[in-house]
Design a protein around this ligand. Structure first.
Ligand SMILES: [Fe+2]
Ligand SMILES: [Fe+2]
Length: 278
């Protein structure tokens, strides 16, 4: 176990000057001579422009991971498969479930966009890898598979349903996270943390026998969190050996501020164009 790791954020709600922001998420992960794109944003034009500005050649990636089946993480699929039709894609088999966010009785379709779904349909079966449990992409890159939900105070983080009448809650059990192992500890990459950021980190601690966590990067989806959830979440996070927090995407402004307050000197907010070397 060792090597080096580089992470470049290519889609996020915030952006560095010279990059575009959007409601979406994507980051490039380079480790073990592999170049993995973890999620692919919302608007393919934003992904392409940000990749260009970051000097990232999207036709040279050798794997695409889809953290879960929401439109803001899967919009770039047709563009990427056009650039590289044999690109291996890794995701949970439940990713193409129809799903809705329902506010004021108005359903909004937040599923994988149709064009992305069709592009997945056209892939040859050998390149589309479905996983329902942990899977190594390389020696030091591990995809989690579904994360057990154990805390009583963490829910999926929004009014998410599988039907337009709000009868069946969406458990978002297609979500997976990517863990990168270095000699000094683990870097945790998460899309939206619908499984709960505490559940994710407890699972990581168990899987990696309490090793230090060098960084947690991604959306923590605390944007709608109640005061009680926030209090219990930070009570749990304070007990974990995490050296750096990079809240991105759907973490929410109030929660991001809380990270800065709770963990002074250990937080860097995410933004498209930001690069992290480990
Ligand atoms: Fe998201
Ligand atoms: Fe999401």
């Amino acid at each position: 176990m060792s090597g080096s790791l580089r992470i470049v954020i290519l889609s996020d709600n915030q952006a560095k000057p010279g990059f575009f922001g959007e409601h979406g998420f994507a980051m490039l992960i380079e480790m073990d001579q592999r170049r993995i794109l973890f999620d692919c944003g919302n608007d393919p034009g934003v992904l392409a422009a940000n990749a260009d500005s970051a000097g990232v050649d999207l036709s040279s990636i050798d794997g695409l991971v889809l953290s879960h089946g929401h439109y803001d993480h899967t919009g770039g699929i047709p563009h990427l498969l056009e650039l590289k039709p044999t690109l291996p894609v890794y995701c949970h088999p439940g990713i193409r479930q129809m799903r809705y966010s329902i506010r004021d009785a108005t359903p909004k379709d937040i599923s994988v966009p149709l064009e992305s779904s069709y592009a997945l349909d056209r892939m040859s079966a050998g390149n589309l890898h479905f996983l329902e449990g942990p899977l190594h992409l390389s020696e030091n890159l591990l995809l989690s598979g579904p994360i057990p939900r154990q805390t009583e105070y963490e829910d999926t983080g929004g009014p998410f349903f599988l039907d337009t009448d709000a009868l069946q809650a969406d458990p978002l059990n297609d979500e997976l996270v990517l863990l990168c192992s270095l000699a000094e500890g683990i870097v945790v990459c998460t899309g939206c943390s619908h499984s709960g950021i505490v559940n994710i980190l407890h699972w990581t601690q168990k899987r990696f026998h309490g090793q230090d966590i060098l960084a947690v990067i991604g959306g923590f989806h605390l944007v709608n969190a109640s005061e009680e959830r926030m209090r219990k979440t930070f009570d749990a996070l304070r007990k974990l050996p995490v050296q750096q927090w990079v809240p991105c995407h759907c973490t929410g402004e109030a929660a991001t501020e809380a990270f800065f307050r709770e963990f002074p000197g250990k937080v860097c907010s995410g933004a498209a164009g930001r690069c992290f070397d480990f």
